[in-house]
Design a protein around this ligand. Sequence first.
Ligand code: ZN
Ligand code: ZN
Length: 150
Amino acid sequence: MMSVQITCSQCGSSIEVHPDMKADKVHCEICQHVQDVKFNADHEAGVLKECPVCSRQDFYKQKDFNRKIGVALFILAAILSIWTYGLSLVALYLVDLFLFRKLAMVAICYKCKTNFRSLTNMSEIRDYDHEMNDRIVYSDHDFKGKPLSH
Ligand SMILES: [Zn+2]
Ligand SMILES: [Zn+2]
């Protein structure tokens, strides 16, 4: 089932929800802010076409990588490299290559940064595009799910 991780617009906390057409609001447990959501039958089927938070259709996907673990591993490898003559950094690179490349993907809404996991149409979501991101975030451009064209 699709899992949706909404960022509270009030305090920035993560709110984890599952699509439910009967629910049109989600509650932030930290600051009690109420956020409107619009789930449809697509969402319940694990298909992401429209963002339930901001109604945009522009998403990108990236590896679902836990940054905290990544940073901790890197620091550990950097410290160890003093005694291993850099071999621990090579090891970290190999771990990254073999382990993290296989990680699940997460789809992210350009506009409101809501995260979507366990999609059935993840292959339709395109990779991150820097120009699209700038135009959506800074110029409020709406691509309506279409790729960037010049
Ligand atoms: Zn909040
Ligand atoms: Zn959104």
